[in-house]
Design a protein. Structure first.
Ligand code: FES
Length: 94
């Protein structure tokens, strides 16, 4: 298990914290009190969409995202884990 420094950009605010890279990004955001968008939490509704602007994330399953969207750095944070020492996810740039 490794730790990732994560930055979440939401409504123009930068939220920074550390997380285990075995954990789901949305779950950790919510447990840190961040009002991150979400609904189904199962990779279907796309409410939790964010864009990786630095670092890497991993989705075991692409959910409803197309290969093109994934290629543009879009992720569903409810099914994504960090896969780099640092990661930035922008909810505002989608
Ligand atoms: S919360 Fe529905 S796809 Fe992530």
């Amino acid at each position: 298990m490794n730790t990732t420094k994560i930055t979440l950009i939401l409504d123009g605010e930068h939220h920074k914290f550390n997380m285990n890279n075995d954990d789901i990004i949305l779950d950790v955001a919510l447990s840190n009190g961040i009002d991150a968008p979400h609904s189904c939490q199962g990779g279907i509704c796309m409410t939790c969409l964010g864009r990786v602007t630095n670092g890497k994330a991993q989705m075991d399953d692409p959910g409803m995202l197309s290969d093109e969207e994934i290629g543009e750095g879009l992720i569903l944070t409810c099914i994504s884990k960090p896969n780099s020492e640092e990661i930035t996810i922008d909810y505002d740039d989608i």
